[in-house]
Design a protein around this ligand. Structure first.
Ligand SMILES: Cc1cc2nc3c(=O)[nH]c(=O)nc-3n(C[C@H](O)[C@H](O)[C@H](O)COP(=O)(O)OP(=O)(O)OC[C@H]3O[C@@H](n4cnc5c(N)ncnc54)[C@H](O)[C@@H]3O)c2cc1C
Length: 510
């Protein structure tokens, strides 16, 4: 069996980032990724291929709590889900690390504070080329260092909307976005276009493949093996250390060993891997004496909303501002509502899935040309019964019941009423032609919480350095560790934690 100093499983926000961090140590590192490289091809930006034909999504089915099969919105590739993410890279608010009282219940405190993660948030922002403006977001956490890169400019229609929102008394702010503008220095500038939901053939989106894995692979001590599905982690007889990582590589079984094994397969697949790895010493799943592995699954209360303006909106890249005025609630509703950000510009094909079958294409085209696209995120709560399990065929099953929806509904209403009341130029059509869509269970984009961390081994599977309480050489650095989900996109927090754990390991390996 080939031995390494470190094995990293998965190349997404967690795995790609920690690989980049650990590469300069000179340690012998093996990165195992079940997917391959997403080809750079014209279909990357083709809505029909990407959305309707699910060209880059995993070809597998999971089941819901009623045993009904669904096709998850998940991507197995070098870079993981960051290959298609929107690269909106926000820090959690300081208060999100404490206990937060919601309309639907309590969001628990983390056993670390914002200050414990802050230095690595900054490092992650720099590594992922985040463009932003410190001090512009009314709820942003404390940080003295500015963003290194200036905010992305608004296209004219988005800029006009931004000014109108400001005039209405709100505090919209430039959305922090990970964009490798250094690519522009080659002489031919990159025009931002499709981004959120699409792979980026220009490789200027700062994803975990280009900013993490590619950089890590510049070091000769780092090896990436693609098409390598990790099926099981095997411990020694005493159950205290992982002794073997069992892999199916192009249909062939291979095992590797390492001093340290870092799991970062994404919150759902990492939980499934630990559950698959049950043995005599860990009958409920590896490192699962607390029975939390797979539980507390969260994915946010997310919805997309499209407002149709009477004016044409020829924007290519609309994802340049956000609104946090209602993050903590308002005078009428004293509980958190959540976060609003612009989405990528929709096109006619994106409406097709939702429209009645008889809607003529030219109507869809007109709608798309007038669309303003918004994304709303509110916190869902970590309920133990919302969980990932394996069914009798060892396939993934997700039992999830919606919760804490009132704040999200209020946020949707708020946005509608704000847009209705905006002054002049932007005339919003009557409410019945808004298309509001709650993201269903297949929307696993913001998955987190399934292997929570904390100081108490009775209530958490990982310690606050993301090491398994019960297995001394096992770490988990992906969205699994979140004890609560906050209401901002998760990737920057995953990246920051991967860097923090990376520094911890560097000290340990000295
Ligand atoms: C359309 C879309 C838009 C998004 N937009 C944003 C955004 O704007 N901002 C933001 O913060 N977040 C966004 N997200 C979410 C963000 O992409 C995720 O939070 C982040 O990628 C999670 O990182 P991770 O390391 O936990 O898992 P992933 O990125 O999912 O990486 C897991 C990796 O593990 C691999 N893997 C899984 N199982 C195994 C196995 N058994 N063996 C070997 N390898 C395995 C997978 O192939 C994958 O490469 C978006 C997600 C989607 C889908």
């Amino acid at each position: 069996m080939q031995h390494y100093d470190l094995i990293i499983i998965g190349t997404g926000a967690g795995g790609g980032t920690i690989a980049r961090k650990l590469a300069p140590t000179g340690k012998k590192i093996l990165i195992l990724e079940r997917g391959g490289y997403i080809p750079r091809e014209k279909e990357n930006w083709d809505t029909r291929e990407v959305f309707l034909n699910a060209r880059y999504k995993a070809k597998e089915e999971w089941s819901d709590k009623n045993g009904k099969a669904f096709h998850p919105g998940i991507h197995y590739a070098v870079g993981g889900n960051t290959k298609v993410y929107g690269a909106a890279l926000l820090r959690m608010r300081e208060s999100d690390f404490g206990e937060v009282r919601h309309h639907g219940g309590i969001s628990p405190a983390w056993d670390i504070k914002y200050e414990d993660l802050a230095p690595w948030y900054l490092e992650a922002e720099n590594l992922y080329s985040v463009h932003g403006l410190r001090g512009s977001d009314p709820t942003e956490p404390h940080e003295t260092a500015p963003y290194k890169l200036a905010p992305l400019p608004h296209e004219p229609a988005i800029g006009r909307l931004f000014s109108k929102l400001e005039k209405s008394g709100l505090k919209p702010f430039p959305l922090p976005v990970g964009f490798r503008s250094e690519n522009d220095q080659n002489g031919s500038p990159v025009t931002l276009d499709r981004f959120d939901g699409f792979p980026d053939p220009t490789e200027s989106k700062a994803d975990a493949h280009v900013a993490g894995i590619n950089e890590a692979l510049k070091y000769p001590n780092v090896t990436l093996q693609i098409n390598s599905y990790v099926e099981r982690l095997v411990t020694g007889e005493d159950g205290k250390e992982v002794k073997s990582v069992d892999v199916i590589h192009n249909g062939e079984n291979i095992s590797y060993s390492a001093d340290i094994v870092i799991v970062s397969a994404g919150a759902i697949n990492s939980a499934a891997l630990l559950l698959r790895s049950a043995n005599d010493k860990h009958p409920n799943g590896l490192a699962n004496g607390s029975d939390v592995v797979g539980r507390h699954y969260m994915a946010h209360n997310n919805s997309a909303m499209v407002a149709l303006s009477t004016k044409l909106n020829p924007t290519k890249f609309g994802k340049t501002f956000a609104i946090n005025d209602f993050y903590y609630g308002d005078d009428e509703f004293k509980y958190p509502m959540g976060h609003i950000q612009m989405l990528g510009k929709s096109d006619a094909l994106m409406f097709k899935e939702d429209a009645p079958f008889f809607t003529p294409d030219f109507v869809l085209e007109i709608m798309a040309n007038h669309a303003l696209d918004f994304w709303m995120t509110s916190e869902d709560l970590p309920l133990p019964e919302n969980r990932v399990t394996l069914d009798k065929n060892r396939n993934i099953s997700i039992s999830y019941t919606d919760n804490n929806l009132e704040g999200h509904k209020r946020l949707q209403k708020k946005l509608r009423s704000i847009l209705d009341n905006l002054d002049g130029g932007l005339k919003i059509l009557p409410k019945n032609i808004y298309l509001g869509k709650r993201i269903p269970i297949a929307g696993t984009a913001h998955q987190c919480g399934t292997i929570r961390f904390g100081s108490d081994p009775e209530k958490s599977a990982l310690d606050t350095w993301c090491r398994a309480h019960e297995v001394s050489n096992l770490y988990v650095v992906d969205g699994s560790f979140f004890p609560s989900s906050s209401a901002v996109n998760p990737a920057l927090t995953i990246m920051a934690m991967a860097l923090r754990v990376g520094d911890h390991l560097i000290e340990k390996l000295k």
